[in-house]
Design a protein around this ligand. Structure first.
Ligand code: AMP
Length: 284
């Protein structure tokens, strides 16, 4: 496995692979890799001849009061994980390599970014879509892999790829969790022991809502209130949002009649965590 830090060098490799008729998978990440990322890389390695893992803490997707400067990093451990998983290249550029000082061009997906994290983190998805578009143009992959953990991101990228005719297959991968149900996240590192225990409330509250749905509850308001009550019972937790939306359009639903996404963002102490689950209504 090789590590490259410049766009020029990366392109030399990917162009050569194309000439040889090899398929390319891309796994975009911000590093501090865990089994969630690993599952994306594993799938990419299975489905492609060559896999590029990008590791780049993308400044443009962080708000002014967010954790860009403290975001956890461990490039040596990340490279080891990528090598073990069978990636061909780790692309680890500096911000100055990825952005021109006087850049004026962005990729922005409307509507789907109006709610959920898009509402709470203004500019976040513009940063995500811009960097992902740039990576797509640099790597020119056949397939790109994204986690369902970031459900809105996945929906937004699918829409961008459709709308802008990127010839890339977007593969969604299931959420990988700790044994107690907490979704794996690089940001879990911020949690103290006490907060780590409290953080299980995210998945617990979603599983509670699943029970109500399975018992036939169809009111989104009722389901949201159940989730709220569960999260409020945890003293260290502060709700950022609880939303029930259509899985594809991300528009809020009143009654649960179709495939829905229940998405939550919760502060545990100062750490903002997200989780979600999708519920497919069985045809009766
Ligand atoms: P990040 O490094 O947090 O930007 O994540 C890079 C990619 O890994 C994104 O597509 C995430 O959705 C995905 N990912 C992060 N955590 C998980 C997880 N626990 N399970 C599955 N995918 C994940």
């Amino acid at each position: 496995m090789i590590t490259v830090s410049t766009i020029k060098e990366l392109r030399e490799y990917t162009k050569q692979w194309r000439r040889e008729g090899l398929s390319i998978g891309l796994v975009p990440t911000m590093g501090y890799l865990h089994e969630g990322h690993r599952s994306l890389i594993d799938k990419a390695v299975k489905e492609n001849d060559k896999v590029v893992v990008s590791i780049f803490v993308n400044p443009t997707q962080f708000g002014p009061n967010e954790d860009l400067s403290t975001y956890p990093r461990d490039i040596d451990r990340d490279k080891e994980l990528c090598e073990k998983a069978g990636a061909a290249i780790v692309f680890n550029p500096e911000a100055s390599e990825m952005y021109f000082n006087n850049a004026n061009t962005y990729a922005d997906v409307e509507k789907l970014t109006d709610g959920l994290c898009g509402l709470k983190r203004p500019g976040h998805f513009r940063g995500v879509c811009t960097i992902v578009s740039k990576l797509f143009n640099i790597v020119n992959p056949d397939r790109a892999y994204f986690g369902e953990k970031d459900a809105q991101q996945l929906a937004v990228i699918r829409r961008m790829v459709r709308d802008l005719n990127f010839d890339i297959e977007i593969i969604g991968c299931p959420i990988i969790r700790e044994e107690d149900g907490l979704a794996k996240s690089s940001r879990n590192k911020y949690l103290s022991l006490e907060e780590r225990a409290a953080a299980t409330i995210l998945n617990k509250s979603l599983m509670k809502s699943k029970e109500f749905l399975e018992n036939g509850e169809i009111s989104a308001e009722v389901i949201k209130s159940k989730i709220k009550a569960e999260i409020d019972s945890e003293l260290l937790a502060k709700i950022d949002y609880i939303e029930i939306v259509d899985k594809y359009t991300l528009e809020p639903v009143r009654d649960i009649k179709s495939s829905i996404l229940i998405a939550i963002a919760v502060f545990i102490g100062n750490t903002r965590l997200i989780d979600n689950f999708t519920f497919e209504l069985e045809e009766k």
